[in-house]
Design a protein around this ligand. Structure first.
Ligand SMILES: [Ca+2]
Length: 395
């Protein structure tokens, strides 16, 4: 649900090495934690690719966190402790949590170009064609159009091509136990909760907690769900009894549609309308005040001097004046509806929502799906022909 930067930051490796030595030293000096017959290694490196890896071991704060998680999630304390002991501190994770340097101008055109580009569009067409029937089923059940689901999965992971290279356990443990001290806000409590939910999910699904991979923030699978989203909104849409957001496109499609429906998606409503902003700076400031929260009716837009297109003027319900900055150039604006807002519940950014919408449209245009096929269900196989996947024709 967050966007994984292209490159990790290898800058803090020497620090990791230093911390590694310190942890070893601490481990050697510490009194034995338990007199159990079966010794548990304090540091348990496991097929690591980096020689300077630091595992959390059985530090006091690790043991305390394990106890807390075990209690909150009703999990076996020793199992949680063992999992956390094998979690690795990842310096790059802490580094990647840093906000962009102050003065970084937002640039919608540049942001859009990262996501609405030929490689992602081609992968989107293939995804849509391969899963057209499932996309239709999700639209029927949740009212969320295929193009929106396709846009989200494309922006999040290029349809599963980039699901993140960090072990989810490592990312969440690092952000729980070593959240960057110089961050604007300590969000370690949030990540401790996510870590607990992740471990509970692994336990429930019979997964080795060291296996799942994800983003530096612990978001995983094709839709990059955080563990809390996984727990609340993921569904088994192919009905095989498991929720698999890394391997089952059907589970991914159903879960994304279910997520948006849970955040107020309304079937048939456009995501946004074209708008020209008020000339008067005061009126503009009033309309921009609530940011992406839909707060003004079409009549109120008009009263403040904003000019909506014909569909926007007919829109029933509140809209938000959404500003997308373009660096030094003039900003772009749209009137975002409740459905635009629903997309921002997936990732709290109007730039993100707009990229999802535009990518979905670009894929739809490239796939040139026959307009009736998407509404009327899968085409019936011809007599004598093998049943095949319904797919919009790419021609
Ligand atoms: Ca499934």
């Amino acid at each position: 649900m967050t966007i994984t930067p292209a490159r990790p930051a290898p800058l803090l490796r020497p620090l990791a090495a230093l911390l590694g030595s310190l942890l070893w030293a601490a481990a050697l000096m510490a009194p034995p934690l338990a007199e159990a017959a079966k010794p548990v290694p304090t540091v348990a490196p496991r097929d690591d690719d980096a020689p300077d890896t630091v595992t959390y071991g059985r530090r006091d704060d690790v043991l305390a966190l394990a106890a807390e998680i075990a209690q909150q999630q009703t999990l076996d304390a020793e199992w949680v402790t063992e999992a956390l002991a094998q979690a690795r501190f990842v310096p790059a994770v802490a580094k990647l949590m840093q906000p962009p340097p102050p003065g970084t101008a937002k640039n919608w055109a540049a942001y859009r170009a990262r996501f609405v580009e030929p490689r992602r569009i081609r992968a989107g067409v293939a995804f849509w064609q391969a899963h057209a029937t499932t996309l239709q089923a999700a639209e029927r059940r949740y009212g969320v159009p295929a193009a929106i689901v396709v846009g989200i999965v494309g922006v999040e992971s290029i349809y599963g091509q980039q699901m993140g290279r960090f072990r989810v356990l490592d990312a969440l443990a690092t952000l729980s136990l070593d959240f960057p001290r110089d961050a604007r806000r300590d969000r370690s409590a949030f990540f401790r909760e996510e870590l607990g939910l992740f471990l509970a999910h692994c336990r429930r699904q019979g997964l080795d907690p060291l296996e799942p991979r994800g983003s530096y923030a612990g978001a995983a699978g094709m839709p990059q769900f955080m563990p809390s989203a996984l727990a609340k909104y993921a569904i088994d849409f192919d009905g095989d009894g498991h929720i698999d957001l890394a391997g089952s496109a059907a589970d991914v499609i159903g879960s994304v549609a279910h997520y948006l429906a849970s955040f107020g998606w309304q079937a048939g409503m456009p995501t946004h309308h074209a708008v020209a902003v008020p000339v008067d700076a005061g009126d503009r400031a009033v309309l921009l005040g609530p940011d992406i929260l839909p707060s003004f009716t079409a009549a109120e837009f008009t009263e403040r001097g904003a000019r909506l297109d014909a569909a926007g003027l007919r829109h029933v319900g509140p809209m938000a004046l959404v500003e997308l900055q373009n660096g030094a150039a003039a900003p772009s604006y749209v009137a975002g509806t409740a459905n635009f807002y629903a997309i921002t519940r997936y990732n709290w950014s109007s730039y993100y929502a707009m990229a999802v919408i535009d990518l979905g449209q670009a894929v739809a245009a490239a796939a040139k799906p026959p307009s009736t096929a998407l509404r009327d269900g899968p085409p019936k196989p011809k007599p004598g022909a093998k049943a095949s996947r319904a797919s919009p024709k790419a021609n």
